[in-house]
Write a protein that binds this ligand. Structure first.
Ligand SMILES: [Fe+2]
Length: 158
């Protein structure tokens, strides 16, 4: 069956570090989709969701660091977008815990559309700006190395 989110180069923001993390995010979202579709049970689904949320937070933190360290003028506005999604997802996790909600295809669709739009608009704007004005913060190669070595690299921030 087709993946929920088929990655293609049209989603590239032109910055390898960010693209690599987006590919990982999309992969986790597709894993969540597969877990729901295959009725893997609430514990497995919840575990995959938690992994997706964990990675998303780390990715947002990485992106925000890059924005701050390079003096991106639209940093504050971009951060508001990130925080709004994290708030929504946190509320959802609470509803899942209390049994008020379950992960539906509607939710998966929402996450897919959010990600496509965010990458396609906000992240691409930053990517274009960064390529033109940004100087690479010195920790970026280290982050990239941690990602390549461990794949799940969010421990890097802890
Ligand atoms: Fe972003």
């Amino acid at each position: 069956m087709a993946e929920l989110f088929q990655w293609s180069d049209e989603f590239s923001v032109g910055v390898d570090e960010i693209d690599d993390q987006h590919v990982e995010l999309v992969d986790l979202l597709n894993q969540l989709h597969a877990a729901v579709r295959e009725h893997r049970g609430s514990a497995a689904v919840r575990g995959t969701l938690d992994e997706l949320v964990d990675y998303t937070r780390t990715h947002f933190a990485a992106e925000e660091h890059m924005m701050r360290d390079s003096g991106y003028p639209d940093y504050a506005e971009h951060r508001v977008h990130h925080e709004a999604l994290i708030d929504q997802v946190r509320a959802l996790q609470q509803k899942l815990d209390s049994g008020e909600a379950s992960i539906t295809f509607e939710l998966l669709h929402f996450l897919r559309v959010w990600l496509m739009r965010h990458i396609g608009e906000s992240d691409k704007r930053f990517g274009a700006w960064y390529l033109e004005h940004g100087s690479q913060p010195e920790w970026v190669p280290e982050m990239r190395h941690a990602m390549t070595a461990h794949r799940r690299w969010w421990q890097f921030w802890r």
